[in-house]
Design a protein around this ligand. Sequence first.
Ligand code: F6P
Length: 357
Amino acid sequence: MRIGILNGGGDCPGLNAVIHGVVGAADQLGWEVIGFRDGFEGLLPPGDYTVLKPKDTIGILKLGGTILGTTNKGHFIAKVGNGDIAEVAAEIIAKAKRTMDQLEIRALIVVGGDGSLTTGLQLYREGWPIIGVPKTIDNDLGATALTFGFDSAVSTVVDALDRLHTTGESHKRVMVLEVMGRHAGWIALWGGIAGGANVVLIPEIAFSLEKIAEFIKQREAQGHHSTLVIVAEGARMPDGDLVTIDANKAGEVRLGGIGDQVAASLQQMTGKETRACTLGHLQRGGAPTALDRILGVRFGVMAVKLAAAGSFGRMVSYQSYDVDSVPIEEAVHQLRLIEAESELVLAAKAIGIRLGD
Ligand code: F6P
């Protein structure tokens, strides 16, 4: 029995832990694992892949990124823009299928976010033996309560807030930290609560700059001369606009710059010296936390278990401390967003964090 694994989309701490889990569990069954390079692209003839044996995964648990490489471009892009689905072209699928057949791949484990899993779903519907493993630092995939990489990203955010706190306090400044989170504010809200932010701005909740400025002035009057603001890149400015850098060829926008805009407005409205810092890809790189490593390994093991059972078209899922699986279509059809009245938001508000609403 030979199975394949590939990862697609942006990298994420914990991808190597999944590979480690898959290779270890497959080896126990006497199976061979083929790792395709650079996502689905590695399937295109002549095929770009490597045989993965347990000895090839020694020491990779602690490595960020992915030993297989990844891409969020190429021939297999299924999501363009926000929620628009593009089918992968039939001739591309036919070429990739030739590689699958030649190598006699009996199960293909796709470790990916919304885009790669949507491609995986299309292939499954065309008869491919696909198993999905959810991956995104944004933690916004439906049908799983947690994705690996998220905890590592939050840890980086908390470290950054700790540092911004000391410099902000020393200079009596407002410090604005922009973090990732395209559609959902999980990184901002978890990071903000854990890192002691005073204001958290997320895509799910519209904010008013006037209210935040008023809050900063109140804090000033109460003797709190520094304020920590965290803003998700996907939050919308009060006029409803996203702040973008540019759009790629597929029409998907690169987000970035809202931290600078919020900082400039708050400085102007409060008269307080304000500085902005964008964390960017520091949140995606580096070693995974212990939680992301164990999550990755367990996801990998579950993927092999699904392959052994012939349970194709399913995605590994984390629910209430257990790793299980759900149909892939349940995961890709809706993003998991923060609800304004959720316990998490209310807990943040209960300790005085403002969300700008
Ligand atoms: O979806 C994960 C994510 O990290 C988003 O938060 C961010 O907008 C995007 O990827 C960045 O992608 P890229 O690495 O292509 O700039």
